[in-house]
Write a protein that binds this ligand. Structure first.
Ligand code: PAF
Length: 289
């Protein structure tokens, strides 16, 4: 496995692979890898086969963080990430610096962004208004540097995957987007690099997100008719906030194909939620089947 840090070298390699007819699978990450990321790398390997090339990018993208968010304290451990990538049979890590990806802070040196204008409005987009502009911009840049045939994203960021799929469709990127299932801790907490912030009782309280989804699933199963979304939201908010450190940011019920909010919840409705547990903002989602 090799690590590439320069944009030029990455693109040169990618063009070479393309000329050689190699299949390239790509897993974009912000590092501090966990079992969820490892499952994405393994999926990429399955998709491109043993003769294909699997690239993992590790880059904490500043443009997807608002000034009030956790960019400066976002966890990093490159040595550990390297080991996990090697074990998961990645071939290359792309590990650029900010100066490589965004040469210069001034707009005279960087001024182009990619913006998706429909699916990125609600949920994460409503709570973090500049977030998806940063995500689509960096993913578009990474696709242009790695030139993958297939890219694998985690279902934990369900809206992100939908926004990226839309960007790929709308802008005709020749990349197939694969969404791989969320990996969970034994108690149900979705794996996330941000779980590192959860110390002591906060870690125990964080399980409220997945428990709230189980509760919603049970309610849908038990009810003969669709449930009013507003009432279910209130009940789940109350349930989550029984945990002293938990504060709901949003709970959303929507159609998974369009991301449009629904007023009545039934089997097939998708649920997503964001909850602050102490200072840490956690997200989760799942189908109410
Ligand atoms: O999901 C993430 O880790 C990031 O949003 C991504 C896709 C790597 C873009 O920075």
């Amino acid at each position: 496995m090799r690590t590439v840090t320069s944009v030029q070298a990455m693109q040169r390699l990618a063009l070479q692979w393309r000329r050689q007819g190699k299949r390239v699978g790509f897993v974009p990450t912000m590092g501090y890898l966990h079992a969820g990321h490892v499952s994405l790398v393994q999926r990429a390997r399955k998709l491109v086969g043993k003769d294909g090339i699997v690239v993992v990018s590790i880059y904490v993208n500043p443009t997807q963080f608002a000034p009030t968010e956790d960019l400066s304290r976002y966890p990093r451990d490159f040595k550990r990430d390297e080991k996990l990538c090697r074990e998961a049979s990645a071939d290359f890590i792309f590990y650029p610096s900010d100066a490589e990806m965004y040469p210069g802070k001034s707009e005279s040196l960087y001024s182009t962004y990619v913006v998706e204008e429909l699916l990125s409005r609600e949920m994460e987009g409503a709570s973090r208004p500049t977030h998806f502009k940063g995500v689509t911009t960096i993913v578009a840049k990474l696709f242009n540097l790695v030139l993958p045939e297939v890219a694998v994203f985690g279902a934990k960021d369900f809206q992100q995957a939908a926004v990226i799929q839309r960007m790929v469709t709308d802008l005709n990127f020749p990349v197939k987007i694969v969404v791989a299932p969320t990996v969970r801790e034994p108690d149900g907490l979705a794996m996330s690099s941000r779980n590192k912030y959860l110390e002591g009782p906060l870690r125990t309280q964080a399980v409220a997100l997945s428990h709230a989804m189980l509760k919603a699933r049970e309610a849908v199963k038990k009810s003969r008719s669709p449930l009013p979304a507003s009432r279910l939201k209130q009940q789940l908010q109350k349930f989550i906030e029984e945990q002293p450190a938990a504060k709901v940011d949003y709970i959303a019920f929507f159609d998974p194909a369009t991301l449009q909010p629904v007023t009545r919840v039934h089997r097939g409705t998708h649920m997503a939620l964001a909850v602050f547990v102490g200072k840490t903002r956690l997200i989760d989602n799942g189908l109410l089947a």
